[in-house]
Design a protein around this ligand. Structure first.
Ligand SMILES: Nc1ncnc2c1ncn2[C@@H]1O[C@H](COP(=O)(O)OP(=O)(O)OP(=O)(O)O)[C@@H](O)[C@H]1O
Ligand SMILES: [Mg+2]
Length: 344
C-alpha cells in the first residue's frame, strides 16, 4: 500500500452522510436514504425510500450501498485508500463493528481501517480531547463525557428523544392542518425559522410567512414553542440542561469542572439560534442544586457544521494515522474481532 494515499473519511448519520478525502476542506453530503425498486437497492432514484437508521443492526446491505455511493462520488477505488468510519451508536455492539470491518476488508478490499465515535471526532475537530459533547442531530440528543479522547462509559445515559426529526414532525402536524405540506418542506421551514428563546414566558416572536404547496401560512409562536420541547418535552421527564448535569454528576468530581468548561454542541439541531445561550442560562439557574460546581460557569461552544467529519479528516491526516489503523494484513491474521480491541 502506498502510505501517502489520503484516507476516505465517512460520517454516516441517520439523516445525512458526509464523505470526503482527508485533504478536503468540506465533505460531499447526501441523504442517508436508499431506494428499493424491482428488488434492487440503490442510493437515489425512484422507488420505495428507506432511511438507513440504526443501519448496522437493521440492514447491512443498505449501509453497504451508502458506503459504495460515497466511494463512487469521490471517484476513488476503495482498494487504494485507508478508510475512516464512524461507529453509529454508543456503545457499539461488537458484532456490529466486526461486520463493518468484514465488509470493508472483504467486499471493498480496503488496505486499512480506522473506527471511532462521532462525539470523539467532534471534539477532535473542535481541537480538544476532553469535554462534554452534546450531539443534537436527527434522532436523539446525546451526552458524551470525553476524557483524553475516550468516551467515559459509566456516565452515558440514554439520550433525550428530542432532536431534529421530532421537531420537524411536530411542525409538520401544525402545517398539515393549514395546507398541503411534505416532511421536506416542513424541515426546510424549520431550519429557516426555528430558534430557542432566551425566555419563553416573555418571548414576542415576529410573524413569518411560509409557502406551502397550496397555501401561504403564517408562523408565529411555533417558531420557538416547538423547540421548547428540548426543555419541557412530552416525551421526557426532564430537559436538556438536566441531562447535562446528570451526566456531569456521574463523572469523577475532579473532572466535572473541566468538562463543564468545555461543553461542545454538535449536530444539526444545535445550529438553531439561541441554543447555546439558553442552555447556559438554564445550567446556571440549576447550579445551586449542584454544589461542587458552585463557582464554575459553563463554557459552551456551538461547533462548526460537519465537525465530526472534520475531526475525522484531522485524525486521518496525522503522520501516525496508519499506525493506528487495522490493516488488511491484520485482518487476514486475526480476523474481524481485532477491531474491538483496536478501537474500543
Ligand atoms: N439551522 C438548523 N436549524 C434547525 N435544525 C437544523 C438546522 N440545520 C440542520 N438541522 C436539523 O438537524 C438534523 C440533522 O442533524 P445531523 O446532520 O447532525 O444528523 P445526522 O448526523 O445525520 O444524524 P444522527 O442523529 O444519527 O447523528 C435534521 O433534523 C435537520 O433538520
Ligand atoms: Mg451525527
Amino acid at each position: 500500500m502506498d502510505t501517502t494515499r489520503r484516507a476516505v473519511v465517512f460520517d454516516v448519520g441517520s439523516s445525512s452522510t458526509r464523505v470526503g478525502l482527508s485533504s478536503d476542506q468540506t465533505p460531499t453530503i447526501f441523504p442517508t436514504l436508499v431506494t428499493k425498486s424491482d428488488g434492487q437497492v440503490r442510493v437515489g432514484g425512484p422507488g420505495e425510500t428507506i432511511r438507513v437508521q440504526d443501519m448496522m443492526i437493521a440492514n447491512f446491505d443498505h449501509v453497504t450501498k451508502i458506503w459504495e455511493h460515497g466511494f463512487e462520488l469521490l471517484k476513488v477505488d476503495p482498494k487504494e485508500h485507508p478508510v475512516f468510519l464512524n461507529k453509529p451508536s454508543y456503545p457499539s455492539p461488537t458484532a456490529q463493528t466486526e461486520k463493518m470491518a468484514q465488509i470493508m476488508f472483504e467486499e471493498f478490499g480496503v488496505p486499512a481501517l480506522h473506527l471511532n465515535y462521532p462525539a470523539v471526532m467532534a471534539l477532535h475537530g473542535h481541537g480538544s480531547d476532553c469535554g462534554l459533547v452534546v450531539d443534537s442531530g436527527f434522532s436523539e440528543t446525546q451526552f458524551y463525557p470525553v476524557y483524553q479522547g475516550h468516551i467515559l462509559k459509566w456516565p452515558v445515559t440514554r439520550g433525550l428523544r428530542v432532536a431534529g426529526d421530532y421537531l420537524t414532525s411536530l411542525l409538520l402536524d401544525v402545517l398539515q392542518k393549514k395546507g398541503a405540506c411534505t416532511y421536506t418542506t416542513a424541515e426546510q421551514i424549520k431550519e429557516k425559522s426555528f430558534y430557542v428563546s432566551g425566555d419563553p414566558e416573555t418571548e414576542k416572536p415576529t410573524p413569518e410567512t411560509c409557502v406551502l404547496e397550496d397555501a401561504n401560512v403564517t408562523l408565529l409562536e411555533e417558531k420557538f414553542k416547538i423547540p421548547e420541547e428540548l426543555y419541557t418535552s412530552r416525551l421526557e421527564c426532564c430537559g436538556i440542561h438536566e441531562y447535562v448535569l446528570k451526566t456531569l454528576y456521574k463523572c469523577d468530581p475532579e473532572l466535572r469542572p473541566t468538562l463543564f468548561k468545555n461543553i461542545v454542541l454538535t449536530g444539526g439541531n444545535s445550529q438553531m439560534p439561541g441554543f447555546a445561550s439558553r442552555l447556559e442560562k438554564e445550567l446556571i439557574k440549576s447550579l445551586p442544586y449542584y454544589k461542587t460546581l458552585h463557582n464554575e460557569r459553563p463554557r459552551i461552544t456551538v461547533s462548526a457544521p460537519n465537525v465530526a467529519w472534520i475531526g475525522g479528516t484531522k485524525l486521518a491526516s496525522l503522520p501516525t494515522f496508519l499506525d493506528t489503523c487495522m490493516t488488511m494484513a491484520d485482518y487476514d491474521e486475526y480476523g474481524p474481532t481485532l477491531v474491538n480491541t483496536k478501537f474500543f
